[in-house]
Design a protein around this ligand. Structure first.
Ligand SMILES: C[S@@+](CC[C@H](N)C(=O)[O-])C[C@H]1O[C@@H](n2cnc3c(N)ncnc32)[C@H](O)[C@@H]1O
Length: 249
């Protein structure tokens, strides 16, 4: 296992100390292994829970929209796992709702001048061969829902500025009901927005993790250049400060 590049944070020293303490509390839990999966809520901090509820709110909006779910920027894969569970909960027989995640799994491949000065090549990298571990996690989630013999997810490893068009050429039938953009940076966001623009339909949701974020200006610039900022209402939820989305109308 190699090192990975830690996530940037806006937390202050006191919050970081408290969280370190909480992580220790979690690591030293007396709850037996056989009961731990049913008690994970014990360790969800407010911000994480808010984010999960937000993802749930987005997913519920695309249940009557035909097409796949794509996440652009997967990292450890929490969102992909959540989307699997939402599909199992809300539309267990919709085996057409494939969930596809794009990531290098080695962090940012390059930085554009539109990304400002806070990002560096390799940021958000994960541990070696992480995509294999994630594949096992997603296979487990699939096994917990009906029609588990049909594989309904795909992890696409590599630079998405290249893999998005390769994926769409290999799957020309693709309609996208929900795209979650979390690359943070300009070039892959722009390239993937361009690639999916003609593959969304009325009611499709395109969501963003970093619009109007001073540390990641490239995401906003990419949206502005491909879809424009005035054509769609950029919606938000009180649950998270930065996440936002547009609904194709
Ligand atoms: C902020 S992280 C994603 C976090 C994740 N969505 C979550 O909610 O935990 C950004 C990810 O985008 C990926 N990424 C950035 N540029 C990319 C590119 N050109 N191709 C593929 N992945 C890229 C990075 O490897 C990183 O894992």
């Amino acid at each position: 296992m190699t090192d990975f590049r830690v996530q940037k944070t806006h937390s202050n020293k006191m919050e970081l100390t408290q969280r370190e303490y909480f992580r220790e509390l979690m690591g030293n839990t007396p709850i037996p292994g056989s009961e731990i999966l049913d008690n994970l809520g014990l360790f969800l901090k407010r911000q994480t829970l808010s984010r999960i509820i937000f993802m749930n709110e987005l997913y519920k909006q695309i249940i009557d929209v035909h097409g796949v779910v794509m996440e652009f920027g997967v990292r450890w894969g929490q969102n992909l796992s959540l989307f699997h569970s939402f599909r199992g909960m809300y539309e267990p027989y919709n085996y057409n709702r494939k969930i596809i995640g794009f990531d290098t799994f080695t962090g940012f491949p390059e930085i554009h001048m539109n990304d400002g000065s806070e990002s560096n090549e390799g940021d958000y990298s994960v541990t070696d061969n992480y995509e294999q571990y994630l594949d096992s996690v997603l296979a487990y989630h699939e096994s917990e829902s009906p029609l588990s013999h049909i594989k309904k997810y795909e992890i696409v490893k590599g630079d998405a500025t290249e893999t998005i068009n390769q994926y769409l050429s290999a799957h020309p039938e693709t309609i996208i009901a929900f795209a979650y953009f979390d690359f943070d940076i300009y070039s892959p966001t722009k390239k993937c927005l361009e690639a999916i623009k003609e593959r969304v339909t009325k009611g499709s949701i395109i969501a963003f993790d970093e619009l109007n974020h001073p540390g990641f200006p490239g995401e906003t610039i990419a949206l502005m250049e491909v879809f424009g900022l005035t054509k769609y209402r950029i919606r938000r939820s009180p649950l998270t400060p930065f996440c936002s989305y547009i609904v194709i109308e």
